[in-house]
Design a protein around this ligand. Sequence first.
Ligand SMILES: N[C@@H](CCC[C@H](N)C(=O)O)C(=O)O
Length: 260
Amino acid sequence: MEISFYKYQGTGNDFVMIDDRSEVFPDADLPLVQQLCDRKFGIGADGLILIRNKEGFDFEMVYFNADGSQSMCGNGARCAVAFSNFLGIVDEQASFLAIDGPHHAKIKDGIISLGMGEVKSISNMGQDFFVNTGSPHHVRFVENVDKYPVVEIGSEIRYSAAYEPKGTNVNFVTPLSSDQIHVRTYERGVENETLSCGTGVTACALVYGYQNSLNEVSIKTQGGNLKVKFTAASDGSFKNIKLIGPAERVFEGKWKSIHQ
Ligand SMILES: N[C@@H](CCC[C@H](N)C(=O)O)C(=O)O
């Protein structure tokens, strides 16, 4: 089998992107997804995204983590919107379906503003927090995230009894100014730190924004800068959430295994 693909990155969170409108990609073949995402034996990526047709929407985004598991991916969705624009499926606005429901996005000057699903609440987890932004996120504030053992502590929390059986993504946050935070994330399904996590920074921005009565938070990640805007309701829920930042096409290629 020969697979045409594009490689995209959104603040360093990178994806193998496949135009699968003809639905020929074997989406039940998880070893194939794992192989394509493998950084030593494949193309290499944090995740793989299929763009498919969907009635009532411009497209459907089918997202896989590098290990083949599925969830909502904020940076991947921003890349999927940029890819759909490149393919000529959408112009400056996009409506698409993802695993967590419908989304709307706008593109301007290479910046994707992605509408996220509503968030019902922020839960306390001892001194930390839990927020579901389409994917599950544990949020911990730390003094100096630059020096924090993200992988070691992140994997402990990810596999802790509180999050069995599905686990969680884990974010570590240090405030940089009144409206800016620095976030590093351990991602479930990649089982490592990624350079950025869109649903993760959204979760952190909601917690920080709620604590400080903000409706806009800037986020520094290891792979670049993002912004999250939102409206907090009096019942503790959040609406009109937008994840805003760049998404870039890096290269394209054809993959054909030389092994049987
Ligand atoms: N990188 C993503 C999150 C991908 C899903 C996550 N690893 C999970 O399994 O929940 C993002 O940008 O949101």
